[in-house]
Ligand binder design. Structure first.
Ligand code: PXP
Length: 243
């Protein structure tokens, strides 16, 4: 099972100051050193975190799977066809949302998604559709020619008790249905260090795509070292003054 690391929130932190750090490409390097099998970025219409320059830089050198999450718009399809990421994951996108809220309504948007798939696949790009664990959407994804689906695990991640068991069963069923339909099955959204094992036990899953929890942990486990390095600089400067 591969791990794709979503580094959008490294760019979110950079955009908090509209500056140059932290650099997403450096975060990608460190993620790869840590064993990431892939790097994911979501290029949003409003460029609220990852921007075109980030995508260019990452495309130039990321040596593992570069997964471009995007809406199925003309602009994004044009960018994907030009930049040629290793995988395109089509997601629904709303301007006001904090993160991708739900899966694609594949059955309702069959025509538009099929057109997008044809253009992307015509350029040789493998395409995954981010969908809810729903039998109808899985069947429709296979029918319109998707290579893979990414099953939305957010409902599982946000539920508790009996509800969680039911949501886990839905994910398991969806992965099975996708595999039976000839689709590769990925999963992601809301996965954390606490809940990931339950999903990682599903053997048929090709890959998990995780962002927020990994970036959050990176901030915490890096804090002590970051402060120590700043203290070292202070004492070196203070030491120089005294001598
Ligand atoms: N997969 C998709 C399609 C997403 O949109 C996101 C969020 O950007 C993720 C996975 C990662 O979700 P999280 O940040 O909750 O791990």
């Amino acid at each position: 099972m591969i791990l794709g690391v979503n580094i959008d929130h490294v760019a979110t932190l950079r955009q908090a100051r509209l500056g140059i750090e932290p650099e997403p490409a450096m975060a990608a390097t460190l993620a790869i050193l840590g064993g990431a099998d892939g790097i994911t970025v979501h290029l949003r219409e409003d460029r609220r975190h990852i921007n075109d320059r980030d995508l260019n830089l990452l495309r130039e050198w990321v040596p593992v799977e570069l997964n471009l999450e995007m809406a199925a718009t003309r602009e994004m399809i044009g960018i994907a066809v030009k930049k040629l990421p290793d995988l395109v994951t089509i997601v629904p996108e709303k301007r006001a949302e904090l993160t991708t809220e739900g899966g694609l309504a594949v059955q309702r948007n069959r025509r538009q998604l099929k057109d997008a798939l044809n253009r992307l696949k015509g350029a040789g790009l493998p395409v995954s559709l981010f969908i809810n664990p729903d039998a109808g959407d899985i069947a429709a994804s296979a029918e319109i020619g998707a290579d893979m689906v990414e099953i939305h695990t957010g409902y599982f991640a946000n539920s508790r008790g009996d509800r969680r068991e039911k949501e886990l069963a839905r994910v398991i069923r969806a992965v099975q249905q996708a595999t039976d339909a000839g689709l590769k099955a990925n999963a992601g959204h809301g996965l954390t260090y606490v809940n990931v094992s339950m999903i990682a036990e599903i053997r048929e899953i090709r890959g998990l795509y995780i962002g927020h929890s990994i970036v959050s942990r990176a901030v915490l486990v890096g804090m002590e070292r970051a402060v120590r390095e700043m203290k070292d600089l202070l004492s070196q400067a203070g030491g120089a003054k005294e001598s």
